[in-house]
Write a protein that binds this ligand. Structure first.
Ligand SMILES: [Zn+2]
Length: 273
């Protein structure tokens, strides 16, 4: 049984491995319910799977590894992204890639189970939900991190092998922080961090990924920015490295992740060069 948040957007991805049915228990007064069931296990990787183990040379203050892409990053082919899900029936990108200079990095959680025996299948399920059910054209996040610290490439950004970016070092526009998506890199932690704390390996990878992105974009993780929306022209003050709730009313990235962000900023800043 899963209790959904009363906060908008009233939407949840519920992992239910081994299930053969489901039952909904909703409050009085609910008028519209949409449920979609899909089998993430049906999507098998079409190319050899990239190494799924986190690098043994994990980040430490004495030997920071801020290279990008991060060592061991699992590319879309590695987690079994079915690229046809980004396309219309006519074979066009349903949400064509757009790029802009990086302004911010925003941390999310997926509100799925942290106790997850197959995180790649969960990434595929999130992809299906975002690209097909939500009709966002693709997975909304730029990167996802599992409890073992493995980092997954998210939103498609071209075929040059550099995740999330084009050759001008601009970032592909994701779909994770409504009103603040252009130039905002979304990193999602797989789990529900209102309930639990991000495990150590996940946290290490988060710091390392932030440090590598901050270094690449000369973005001080401790800094504040004035975010300028290139679409609306509106500017808003916020943190260079923030949580989803810094930009809009949401529980994301979970209270336990949010409480860690100040030390994550400090640790990423120590690796920032
Ligand atoms: Zn979020």
């Amino acid at each position: 049984m899963r209790t959904l948040s009363t906060a908008p957007p009233h939407r949840a991805l519920v992992l239910a491995r081994g299930s053969f049915g489901y039952q909904l228990d909703v409050d009085d007064g609910v008028k519209i319910i949409n449920t979609i069931a899909f089998d993430a296990g049906q999507f098998e990787p079409t190319q050899p799977t990239a190494p799924t183990k986190p690098p043994t040379t994990s980040a430490s203050p004495s030997a920071p590894d801020t290279s990008f892409p991060p060592p061991g990053l699992i590319l879309r082919a590695g987690w079994g992204a079915d690229e046809t899900k980004r396309l219309t029936a006519g074979g066009q990108e349903s949400s064509p890639t757009r790029f802009s200079p990086v302004q911010a990095i925003t941390v999310h959680h997926t509100a799925t189970s942290l106790d997850d025996p197959d995180p790649a299948a969960t990434v595929r399920a999130i992809y299906e939900q975002h690209a097909v059910s939500n009709d966002w054209g693709d997975i909304g996040y730029h990167f996802l991190i599992d409890r073992q610290g493995a980092i997954y490439e998210g939103r498609f950004s071209g075929t040059d092998g550099v995740p999330a970016h084009n050759t001008n070092n601009e970032v592909v526009t994701g779909f994770h922080t409504f009103g603040f998506n252009s130039g905002n890199i979304g990193i999602a932690l797989l789990g529900d961090f209102n309930k639990e704390k991000p495990p150590p390996r996940m946290r290490e990878s988060l710091v390392r990924l932030i440090a590598s992105l901050a270094t690449r974009h000369k973005l001080d993780p401790m800094g504040n920015i004035t975010y300028l929306s290139p679409t609306s022209g509106k500017s808003t003050n916020g943190p260079a490295l923030g949580g989803h709730r810094d930009w809009t009313s949401t529980e994301c990235p979970g209270s336990n992740t949010y409480a860690e962000l100040s030390t994550v900023r400090e640790q990423a800043a120590q690796l920032f060069r």
